[in-house]
Design a protein around this ligand. Structure first.
Ligand code: FMN
Length: 305
């Protein structure tokens, strides 16, 4: 589809402002970048790290959309107010996080298990802010069949965009994504929809595009983390020539400046290789060697920096 919109998914602990800016400068830019979840307190206050991530001066030239993870109306609305003061016009609600400690507190994908409470929450937040509210959701807690009633609820609200990762919380990141549920949503819902999930290669993207040629938007997470050239291949653009190695070098320099502590920098850098392994299984042995490095010096030597 021409004019499709492409988003970078929020990945907490990974796609922070340093990563987003570096990706944006080196590779085919995304139309928007979702900021990993924020957890404002009841007054809307953010931690120092989270505030740094949303400050406009740390996101210059990028279209970024902040996300809030909560099941408490006041945290959402006061958090949204802080974001509005910073100049944001859209805030995203996280109904997708499958992590056990989040789900057990009825937040993220866990919120999908209490439809009545979710409705009250949506009533309050939609009448309490002028900001656009988009939602990123899974399709249920335990069973994909939960999505029908949930979609009926979503359709009652002026959600600016509903981003669907078609897995339940229980499925975590395993098994096949339920394209049939995304198709069902396309048939039933009048909301603007965006697809997200398991597009790691150009071939997988093309298969998805073939199945959903009219989908207006798609969000990439791990696929672009592991292969930052994926979007330029999809769009067939040739302008930028940076490589995966260039990205790793820039991150190596930037995180030393930002984080300082050598072991923290090293573990942050190694994490990118986890996603590389998903996209480049043939490089597993090389990646294993990189995981084994114990100092930044060793890491730099292995990567020929
Ligand atoms: C390490 C990690 C952190 C994530 N953090 C967030 C987050 O902050 N907010 C969110 O909505 N989803 C988060 N997700 C989910 C991703 O945004 C995305 O929905 C998921 O990876 C599926 O898309 P993909 O198959 O393209 O990666 C995270 C996923 C991972 C693996």
């Amino acid at each position: 589809m021409e004019n499709r919109t492409f988003y970078f998914a929020p990945l907490e602990g990974i796609t922070d402002y340093i990563y987003r800016n570096t990706y944006h400068r080196l590779f085919e830019p995304m139309d928007a970048y979702f900021i990993p979840f924020l957890t404002p307190d009841k007054n809307g206050k953010l931690s120092r790290r989270q505030r740094r991530d949303v400050l406009p001066e740390n996101n210059e030239g990028l279209h970024v959309i902040p996300q809030i993870l909560t099941n408490k109306e006041e945290e959402f609305l006061n958090g949204a107010r802080q974001l509005e003061e910073l100049g944001y016009r859209e805030v995203n609600l996280n109904l997708g996080c499958p992590s056990r400690c989040v789900v057990s507190k009825g937040r993220g994908a866990g919120f999908l298990g209490d439809v009545e409470k979710l409705k009250r929450f949506l009533d309050t937040i939609f009448s309490g802010t002028r900001m656009r509210i988009s939602i990123k959701t899974r399709i249920g807690v335990e069973d994909p069949e939960e999505f029908g009633p949930l979609l009926e609820v979503f359709d009652l609200y002026p959600i600016s965009e509903l981003i669907i990762h078609p897995r339940t919380a229980k499925e975590f990141y395993t098994g096949t994504v339920h394209w049939e549920i995304y198709r069902f949503a396309r048939e039933k819902s009048s909301l603007p929809l965006c697809y997200n999930g398991d597009l790691f290669t150009l071939e997988e993207y093309e298969a998805w595009d073939y199945a959903f040629p009219k989908s207006r938007a798609v969000m990439f997470g791990r696929g672009v983390l592991g292969d930052p050239l994926l979007l330029s291949r999809i769009r067939r653009t040739k302008g930028k020539t940076a490589t995966w190695e260039d990205l790793q070098y820039e991150l190596y320099v930037a995180y030393q400046k930002e984080i300082g502590n050598e072991q923290h920098v090293l573990s942050r850098l190694k994490e990118f290789w986890t996603y590389r392994a998903l996209c480049r299984p043939e490089e597993r042995e090389k990646i294993r060697q990189i995981y084994r490095t114990e100092t930044l010096q060793e890491y730099a030597k292995r990567l020929h920096f």
